[in-house]
Design a protein around this ligand. Structure first.
Ligand SMILES: Cc1cc2nc3c(=O)[nH]c(=O)nc-3n(C[C@H](O)[C@H](O)[C@H](O)COP(=O)(O)O)c2cc1C
Length: 187
């Protein structure tokens, strides 16, 4: 299969003040920039003003840059903290803005937590939502446990293992994203 160029926006799904997930999103963005086959874009939930008009419609002028990115993307990478074993309501609302625009595109999830479990429960919670949106999930996730020790000003830990998991994740996203892109073009 030929390697194709993919456009993959990163959505950081929390608007909590001083959240660490945005730092993880920026870290991931920089990693992706080093790849030649993925064009990333970074969107923070805190920058997206949720509209009052109908959800599930692309006709949404309140968040034009995000709408444009999703419409023209090959999928989405979601960076989400785990809040009470679930996803932030803000993230769900932003995902609900669109429907058809996600169809047959790839989705990858990066779970973030300050504790030891790296958001494993929020990743499980999010999978059925993404499926219902028509996104195709991959079997490889990234779990950033004790996130504040890997990214941000207070980071102290060696990132070798995290970086390896990110590369594996991006390899899988690239494979599935390319397959789906070719499928959409040819079908
Ligand atoms: C409302 C709330 C609920 C949380 N629930 C969980 C949780 O269920 N599991 C967990 O590992 N961490 C939980 N945390 C802690 C987060 O892991 C921590 O805030 C981490 O920094 C990631 O979130 P952030 O991007 O908002 O900073 C919670 C934090 C908040 C603010």
């Amino acid at each position: 299969m030929k390697q194709t160029q993919l456009s993959l926006p990163i959505l950081v799904g929390t608007h909590r003040k001083d959240n660490i997930s945005s730092q993880v999103g920026r870290y991931l963005y920089e990693k992706i920039q080093k790849r030649t086959n993925i064009t990333p874009d970074l969107f923070l939930a805190s920058d997206i003003v949720l509209p009052q008009d109908d959800y599930g419609q692309a006709l949404n002028n309140t968040v034009p840059s995000y709408a444009h990115a999703i419409q023209n993307s090959d999928g989405i990478i979601i960076v989400t903290p785990e809040y009470n074993h679930g996803y932030p309501g803000t993230l769900k609302s932003i995902l609900d803005l669109f429907l058809d625009e996600y169809m047959h595109k790839v989705a990858g999830i990066v779970g973030v937590s300050s504790g030891r479990f790296g958001g494993v429960r929020v990743v499980e919670q999010l999978l059925p939502v993404l499926r219902e949106l028509g996104l195709v999930t991959i079997h490889t996730d990234v779990y950033v446990s004790e996130a504040q020790t890997y990214v941000g000003e207070k980071a102290t830990k060696d990132t070798t293992v995290l970086d390896e998991s990110i590369e594996k994740f991006l390899d899988e996203l690239s494979w599935m994203g390319s397959v789906l892109q070719q499928g959409r073009e040819q079908t």
